[in-house]
Ligand binder design. Structure first.
Ligand SMILES: [Zn+2]
Length: 87
């Protein structure tokens, strides 16, 4: 279910205490290449087209840069306010 952007509420970063409504997500990508020797006998990489997405994710506070979560479910709950600290 889509959440109207106007309904987004700010939640408090547990590390720095700043109210935020988004997280900075860092994920890793990697490429797959065919590694062969070229005609000079040196290793040569022939990349295949697709960039692969690994399942590695880090969600950081955009204010202090602390990694708060390492999976999307926790990040989603946090942004919904379900894990927000009350102090
Ligand atoms: Zn923070």
């Amino acid at each position: 279910m889509a959440i109207n952007i106007l309904d987004r509420k700010k939640v408090k970063c547990p590390e720095c205490g700043v109210m935020i409504d988004s997280l900075l997500c860092r994920s890793r990508q990697y490429t797959i290449s065919d590694a062969n020797l070229d005609r000079n006998g040196n290793l040569d990489w022939d990349p295949r087209d697709d960039v692969q997405e690994s399942d590695y994710e880090e969600y950081e506070c955009p204010e202090c840069g602390e990694v708060l979560f390492t999976n999307g479910l926790d990040a989603e709950r946090f942004l919904r306010g379900e894990n927000a600290s009350t102090d």
